[in-house]
Design a protein around this ligand. Sequence first.
Ligand SMILES: *Cc1c(COP(=O)(O)O)cnc(C)c1O
Length: 391
Amino acid sequence: MNSFHPPQRVLMGPGPSDVYPRVLEALGRPTIGHLDPDFVGLMNDIKSLLQYALQTDNALTLPISAPGSAGMEACFANLVESGDEVVICQNGVFGGRMKENVERCGATAIMVQDDWGRAVTPDKLRQALQDNPNATLVAFVHAETSTGARSDAATLCEIAREFDCMTIVDGVTSVGGIELALDKWGIDAFYSGTQKCLSCIPGLSPVSFSERAVARIQGRETPVQSWFLDMKLILGYWGEGQTRAYHHTAPVNSMYALHEALLILREEGLEKAWKRHALHHEALKAGLEAMGMSLVVPVEERLPQLNAVSIPEGVDDASTRSALLQQFGLEIGAGLGALAGKVWRIGLMGCSANRRNVILCLSALESVLSASGASIAKGAALEAASGVFND
Ligand SMILES: *Cc1c(COP(=O)(O)O)cnc(C)c1O
């Protein structure tokens, strides 16, 4: 056995995205103790950088030491108790996981379904809340990575508030890629991930809880059934003021990486990062359409950072993606669930949203599709994409 040296890849799937070299460099710095005074200082900095990234003043804002799915579980395990009724708006894969979480907490999930590839319909949520007056929580995915659809989080939270419900929002793919404002929108519990638009390594899940959510957690009748994800215990480690008590060993080097990624986001500025994702999405879309391909999600509901494109008639899904990987080192994503075999998911997340990646993706796709005899328009994609950049 030899050391593992990963091949050079360009990551344009649903995550992980390309990681900033600065982040990888930070990861390799010497490990210090997780209760070292200098590490505690780093934790404070991470918290304030996260508050900026999420646009919140929530004191309970921190990275869970595990991937996005653990952040999801932390939100549900802490806010949901046996017997609760939770309305879940589902428009893709991740809403299904929310249902699993709610049911494993011994609560009832009231599902509000929308088509895969579409945003959540606010009126359906309003109707469900009218029909289920005992519901106390509403959960939905802001950026559905499984389809590329963006839901109107501000409106959905407003409706939830009208019915005195708290909100749990999945923003794993939102942070850094599209507008996000926890406090302005009144989100009560929020979880995200590091490996999508933050271009950090996978394995951490920034979460944030409003004061209302913290009060609900403090007022629980039963203990949170997960010891590791119990926010009351985690607060003893991450909380302000008090001496930090050992809860678990933080992934020290991963925290260096997250700190660096958040610093890069702040240096660029949120608005600029959102605009950069939008611009590269426009260029990719122009190129794909010039080839004769089409995006699945209607224009006004599209996520710039995740582009679901219909696989052209007669083209083989798996062998195309495998040719892109072998010939160009380029990773794009397969369709999930209802969209499996029908779409590719092309990510433009974090530092993957750059001009070189867009041009590489378009030319590699054109090359591989032409070689397989697919009926696509040749020679038009790069000009269309360049037209957007040069506008
Ligand atoms: C990726 C993703 C998750 C899960 O995150 P992991 O880090 O893979 O556990 C959850 N929700 C959405 C919307 C995602 O895109």
